[in-house]
Design a protein around this ligand. Structure first.
Ligand code: APR
Ligand code: PHB
Length: 386
């Protein structure tokens, strides 16, 4: 097996295969330190935790992850709690940063002595439409070739796998949102024990965390906004303004460890299989971060793909591989719908006008007053079954 990309998708796939004795080499463009330097979301569905457990990488996650049984929606200056546990028959999400998941998977891989070629340059994919695919890449200035049975394209949205497929063989679906998220990470205690998603006249805000002493906050901002325009002070003032009065009065501020702007996009490519190449994770789809589905969706792809590969290598059956694309896409589209819906409900869209804002408000009021509506949010938030 050749895996392109040492993000969570590639590493998790590698680890699940390794545990079944299937040899998987990973090629990664950057250094391990660079991969770990990226700050990403941090809410894990129980299914993702289960998969990390199966990969044997759950020790630190169990010790340090924060179990959350609820999530909060704030609008009209009031906060409303969605009782995830009560509405889903006992399910909780785990707050544990993607960076930490990646670190744990990298450590396990290193301990097992599995081969990862970091700083692999000019990776190119060959003959994946035939029986003997191979990869070429440059490492330490020397050109190398890697022969394999299958290629997993786990190289993210800007990777090389998806563009290696002829355009005529795939269909893509995309929506770009007219705003971004300005994120700030700080070593201050979180304003609330659970996450707060805020719909405010001036835009969305999110209060999240990495630990009891580290907070992660976001503000909706114009797509073309520059991070240099946001001093820490301006960020904290704006966040405080968007919160309900009680939360605002409890907000602890401090110097930012990191501040960055991310665009919001929905994107899906179909199918996910091209001969002996399989796409998984951000290489195949992107969701806007509202709802925290990015990493969880990468994990569910890896669930279907690892099962299919294990079935192929251990039982000699290709049924799982045949079904991979349609199985994974069925769940992907449901998470795409949920992320799009959460985004639509929580953000300020200038073009919808006064009517659109009243509709948004009615939707939120319905959501927090109807058990049926709240259940629909809760079951998607904790993750649909695989
Ligand atoms: N050659 C080798 N490696 C590459 C190449 C290439 N041409 N292009 C990209 N990569 C590597 C990147 O450096 C990165 O480490 O592939 C990896 C892809 O990792 P991610 O972008 O983290 O994607 P994925 O593993 O699918 O994880 C999805 O990441 O963006 C978040 O919200 C998303 O949480 C989700 C998760
Ligand atoms: C985060 O903690 O970074 C986070 C949490 C929830 C989201 C998005 C991001 O929906």
């Amino acid at each position: 097996m050749a895996i392109i990309g040492a993000g969570p998708a590639g590493l998790l796939l590698g680890q699940l295969l390794l545990r079944q004795g299937i040899d998987a080499v990973i090629l990664e463009r950057h250094t391990a330190a660079h991969v770990l330097g990226r700050i990403r979301a941090g809410v894990l569905e129980p299914g993702t935790v289960e998969l990390i457990t199966r990969a044997g990488c759950d020790r630190r996650l169990r010790a340090e992850g924060l179990l959350h049984g609820g999530v909060n929606l704030c609008f009209g200056g009031e906060r409303h709690r969605i009782d995830l546990v009560g509405l889903t028959g006992g399910k909780q999400v785990t707050v544990y940063g993607q960076t930490e998941v990646t670190r744990d998977l990298m450590d396990a891989r290193a301990a097992a002595g599995a081969v990862t070629h970091y700083e692999a340059e000019e990776v190119s994919l060959h003959d994946f439409d035939g029986p003997r695919p191979f990869l070429r890449f440059v490492r330490d200035g020397a050109e190398r070739t890697l022969h394999c049975e299958f290629i997993a394209g786990c190289d993210g949205f800007h990777g090389i796998s998806r563009p290696s497929v002829p355009e005529s063989a795939m269909e893509t679906f995309e929506r770009v949102y007219p705003f971004g998220w300005l994120g700030l990470l700080a070593d201050v205690p979180p304003v609330n024990e659970e996450l707060i998603y805020v719909n405010h006249e001036d835009g969305f805000a999110l209060c999240s965390m990495r630990s009891p002493t580290r907070s992660r906050y976001y503000l909706q901002c114009p797509a073309e906004e520059r991070v240099e325009n946001w001093s820490d002070e301006r960020f904290w003032d704006e966040l405080r303004r968007r919160l309900d009065p009680e939360a605002a009065s409890r907000l602890t501020t401090g110097p930012a460890l990191e501040k960055s702007i991310a665009p919001l996009r929905s994107f899906v490519t179909e199918p996910l299989r091209f001969g002996r190449l399989f796409l998984a994770g951000d290489a195949a789809h992107i969701v806007p971060p509202t709802g925290a589905k990015g990493l969880n969706l990468a994990a569910s792809d890896v669930h279907y793909l690892s099962e299919a590969l294990i079935e192929h290598f251990c039982d000699g059956s290709s049924a799982g591989l045949e079904a991979y694309s349609s199985r994974a896409l069925a769940r992907i589209w449901k998470a795409e719908r949920f992320s799009w819906w959460m985004t639509s409900m929580m953000h300020r869209f200038p073009e919808v006008g006064r009517f659109g804002r009243r509709i948004q408000r009615a939707e939120l009021e319905y959501l927090v007053s109807s058990r049926a509506a709240a259940t629909a949010l809760a079951e998607n938030y904790v993750g649909l079954p695989y």
